[in-house]
Design a protein around this ligand. Structure first.
Ligand code: ARG
Length: 298
């Protein structure tokens, strides 16, 4: 059922009606030996050039990795490359998918910023070695698409959410929807601090999402409210300063989240989730946290 949907009145199915998709079991991470803030491509990076503590960043990354391990995921690690200081954010270079026959597919990204374009072939190589069917977008017609930074699977369902406006274009979702044969609910992003969908929208389980509402249009909020029974809202402080919505809930139960999101964490616990806090302060300097430091796979 290929379709790109931009308003709630175009949605003629319920989440329950969408075919199920297995939960991911694997996590891909990129070791941040060369991570730093060398340029400014989002508002969080302003004033942070040269300010990353590399040793601390590596320690934080190891703790994030051990939390994914603790909640039962299998971890795969790629080494990063000198001169590609954002390669650690491996949610961004691709969008993987498992079809109904269990075959693994991936769309490779067209990075918005020139500074990040050379990351993509390294990630592509990993998919190639691991037997994925690799798909490409038409660079003549689509200007940008930043993978799972903007394209987020609805937990356990053949249904995709797609952010656009800063790093990905709406047109990208037509091709992706046709190729994967899934409907895509497209959400326009309207606040530059929330430049990727994964900075303001986190699917926790089939029925629950965590969002920062001010990052969306009314049309977008209507779609979110129509598809989730429970929508937890993060405050501006926890969303913008602590990247609360950049949490990851790989199994619909355990939430790995930046330390200190007090109000969000209370809400998560009240809704039955287990919260695992971790410090990602060095990565926040670059505009990223837990969700974008990994890729979930099957
Ligand atoms: N400095 C990186 C960038 O601006 C951070 C990416 C964070 N990734 C994410 N999915 N939010 O591209």
């Amino acid at each position: 059922m290929a379709q790109v949907i931009t308003s709630a009145d175009q949605i003629d199915f319920t989440v329950d009606e969408r075919p199920s998709m297995p939960l991911p079991t694997e996590v891909l991470m990129v070791r941040p030996l060369h991570f730093s803030v060398d340029y400014v491509i989002n508002p969080h990076m302003a004033d942070q050039v040269g300010k990353v503590d590399k040793i601390e960043a590596n320690n934080e990354w190891e703790l994030v990795r051990s939390l994914f391990d603790q909640v039962g995921m299998n971890i795969h690690v790629i080494e990063d490359q000198e001169g590609l200081p954002d390669m650690v954010f491996c949610a961004n270079q691709s969008l993987p998918y498992i079809d109904e026959d269990g075959n693994e597919h991936v769309f490779m990204s067209i990075m918005h910023a020139d500074e990040r374009k050379d990351e993509v072939p390294y990630i592509e190589q990993w998919y190639r070695q691991n037997g994925y069917k690799i798909h490409f977008l038409d660079e003549d017609n689509i200007s940008d698409f930043e993978g799972c930074g903007d394209a987020i699977w609805h937990t356990g369902k053949r249904l995709l959410w797609g952010g656009y406006g800063y790093r990905s274009s709406l047109e990208a979702y037509e091709t992706i929807s046709d190729t994967f044969d899934v409907p895509i609910l497209a959400l326009e992003l309207v606040d530059e601090s929330f430049y990727h969908l994964d900075t303001c929208f986190c699917v926790l389980d089939e029925d629950t999402a965590l969002i920062y509402p001010e990052a969306f249009t009314n049309e977008g909020l209507e779609m979110i409210n129509k598809m989730f029974d429970t929508v937890i809202q993060a405050s501006k402080y926890e969303a913008e300063e602590l990247f609360a919505c950049n949490a990851s809930c790989p199994d619909g139960r355990n939430v790995i989240i930046q330390q200190g999101c007090t109000d969000v964490n209370k809400n998560l616990r009240d809704n039955g989730f287990s919260v695992h806090e971790v410090s990602t302060y060095e990565f926040l300097k670059s505009g990223g946290s837990v969700f974008c430091m990994k890729m979930l796979l099957w």
